[in-house]
Design a protein around this ligand. Sequence first.
Ligand code: SAM
Length: 354
Amino acid sequence: MAMTSESLDQIALVLRDDRTQSIQLKGLLTEICILPEYDQWIEDGQFEGQMFQLPSSFRSSHIMGSRLIQDVNLVIDNRLQVKINYLDDEFIFVTDGAFVDAADRVFPWHDESDLLIKTLTNEGWRKWPTIVVDPATGCGHNALRVAAERFGFDSSERALKFATINSMLNARSFSILGTSDVDKGIKIRSFEGPEKILFIVNMPFALEPLPGSLPLTSSGGKDGCEKTILALNAIERFMKRLPRNSEVRALILTYSVGASADNRWVVVDHAQRLFGPTSVRWRMPVDQGLWRINGRKEQCNPMSLSNLILKADCKLDITSPQMREALRLGYIEKEGELRSRGYDSLSYGILLIE
Ligand SMILES: C[S@@+](CC[C@H](N)C(=O)[O-])C[C@H]1O[C@@H](n2cnc3c(N)ncnc32)[C@H](O)[C@@H]1O
């Protein structure tokens, strides 16, 4: 039900040795993405944890291509073993689908990356950086969409295997693509010349009152902001090591608990303490849903803390009914605790630091 590590390595080897194969494979994956049947699967089947079944018309019209994708195990028994995200009418990303066990699953969704890239564009920042650093790069959704020298890290080796393949498919390289926990800081050599360094940060940010109950891609610690705060601290330490003539900006996508009426949010307060109030802005798009359940984010932004318990209905992420029940109780307790600290809401937004 998932691409094995060996198969992912094999694809990377095939693509590394033969640019023509990369072009051919990217073309085929793009053609799959624009099939109406694939559109339909994106709309519904994927949220049911189903795999995409390649239509027989595609197999008969792409005989050689079908052989290639079967040879590299991207298709087994006519079932696509990955999810394909076709973004900006240009980039192809392969990643795990929701059908992969949540414990191993590489982040399948691209709505978060889309929001980051849209903000980057709206701010006029997309062409600004000479260097982009993504400390939780997953399959590469963010860094590979920006034209700059790229540094990508993730604590998941499986995610980095997908990022390697996506880098080759899109002919966009990473200077470093390495396993690293954000807790250990940003592992990049110091720069000599004047650089414009952009951090794009999309750490897991769901509140997880019961440690180990959510997948690695969403567990942000008990209050949801722990990993984002580690990333902010790492950026601040990184900035202290930089030569004076380099500039840093950061875009950080996150949830934050807070007090809605006062527009006071824990993560924003932390960022302002670290970088100074005038260097930090908080954009909270109200047209964006939040609190992903079975793949969909449908709550209003900001969301009342009383909706936290809905996460316990997420069968795609938590298969055990006992665990879901325990998590439900965990969220009830967490809501009470947060309310006693003066918080009533969860917001979803982007911190802009410059
Ligand atoms: C929400 S996903 C986003 C991935 C990617 N940016 C995307 O849009 O597809 C969060 C990523 O953080 C990674 N991650 C979780 N904990 C981490 C940590 N402590 N240090 C570095 N990466 C981590 C996960 O493996 C996952 O790939």
